[in-house]
Design a protein around this ligand. Structure first.
Ligand code: AMP
Ligand code: AMP
Length: 361
């Protein structure tokens, strides 16, 4: 684990008056770059050649470092270049999708906005459960063995990206049948079966609230909400039940995009308290706790119970729905505030108060 002292040492060589904001060119990069530019920072995109067209059409990256694949971020030459540019990296979903937790915590010698220690809590389902329970959140039940299944469960494959390959089962028998099918179709290795995570399926709607834990402002801000648009589960309702049965449709959850939502105002108090409590718990498990953006992945039932099935302690791509503004960011900041810009503003305030050390690890 790269220590805060090592990062402080790197920062001492930085020109803090000329910080650049950098990230991998995917996921929420446009959101981050636009926000950085609006707050007066230079931007650096580590970009795949095949994606360069994005930054031609949306000229928001002042520097582009081309790579074949994102794991090249670990190369000494690229890290040196980033430090030379006084870069603060903003981690997002593509970091954990294309690099391992250890690679990020142990080998990335570039200051990152966020708390690297929490990555270990986020990546491990058991630790995540401990963290969220400590914060008093309601979680779906989990099942240690398929034999224990006594209700509808969602089976999550290890390392599945964006919900790809998840499936549902409502009994040990149904589970076995689906597993056999998946193995036959080559979607699952025999060795993976024991690592499938079984979680109670919560019947309700998906709600993903976006928060910002400000170290400089000493507050947890509620800045937006989205739901996901997933293929093929979000279209199944368009096919009549009879045909669904005929073709044996199984819902899959491949993320395609996000849709903004506003919530019943009466749901806000609990969601806001949940964000506060998650930050409070994070300070106990990994001081100084969450730094910057995070998101709770929840399902809200028809009796308005809020279940949390995951946390992301970094910017989520769902905040892209707020680029420009979102109702909740507007309520707090007025016009033109969104997660990418909120991040840049935190860095700007940290520079002003000479507290950059407190927001990067
Ligand atoms: P990508 O760089 O598009 O492959 O995305 C990296 C990771 O972030 C993948 O695991 C995706 O599932 C996740 N991701 C990308 N875009 C979104 C989105 N709009 N909403 C939620 N998750 C996303
Ligand atoms: P994830 O990859 O964990 O973000 O989940 C992918 C999809 O599965 C999302 O549409 C979630 O809403 C859905 N999902 C995950 N866990 C549950 C659960 N316990 N109950 C209902 N839906 C879930």
């Amino acid at each position: 684990m790269i220590t805060r002292e090592e990062i402080a040492e790197i920062l001492r060589k930085y020109d803090l008056g000329k910080l650049a904001i950098g990230t991998l060119g995917s996921h929420s990069a446009l959101n981050i770059f636009k926000g950085a530019k609006e707050e007066g920072f230079k931007t650096v995109s580590i970009c795949k050649k095949s994606d360069a067209i994005i930054y031609k059409k949306f000229p928001l990256a002042d520097e582009i470092i081309f790579v074949e694949n994102f794991s090249e971020l670990l190369k000494d030459k690229i890290q040196e270049k980033l430090r030379e540019l006084n870069t603060v990296l903003i981690p997002h979903g593509s970091f954990t999708a294309y690099l391992s937790t250890e690679e990020i915590t142990d080998r990335l010698y570039v200051p990152m906005l966020g708390n690297r220690q929490l990555l270990h809590w986020e990546a491990d389902r058991e630790r995540q459960k401990k963290w969220l329970s400590k914060a008093g959140l309601k979680l779906p039940r989990t099942f240690k063995k398929p034999e224990e299944i006594d209700t509808l469960v969602i089976a999550k494959l290890p390392g599945a990206k964006g919900g790809k390959g998840y499936f549902l089962a409502n009994s040990p028998k149904a589970f076995q049948k689906k597993v056999n099918e998946m193995i036959k179709r080559g979607l699952l290795g025999k060795g993976d079966v024991a690592r499938i995570h079984l979680q109670e399926y919560i019947l309700g709607v998906n709600v993903y609230p976006h928060y910002f834990s400000s170290i400089i402002g000493n507050d947890v801000e509620f800045l937006g909400v989205d739901r996901r648009y997933e293929s093929a589960v979000d279209t199944i309702g368009r096919i009549p039940a009879e045909e669904q049965l005929e073709i044996g449709i199984n819902p899959t959850y491949t993320i395609v995009g996000n849709i903004p939502i506003t919530l019943r105002e009466s749901l806000l108090p609990e969601l806001i308290r949940m964000g506060d409590n998650v930050v409070k718990a994070s300070k106990e498990i990994a001081p100084p706790g969450i730094i910057g953006p995070f998101c709770l992945e929840t399902v809200i039932t028809d009796s308005l119970e809020i279940y949390t099935f995951e946390i992301s302690a970094r910017i989520v791509a769902g905040t892209n729905v707020g680029i420009g503004t979102s109702p909740y960011a507007y309520l707090r900041y007025g016009e033109k505030m969104y997660m990418g810009r909120r991040i840049a503003l935190e860095i700007k305030n940290a520079v002003k108060e000479k507290r950059v050390n407190e927001i990067v690890t």
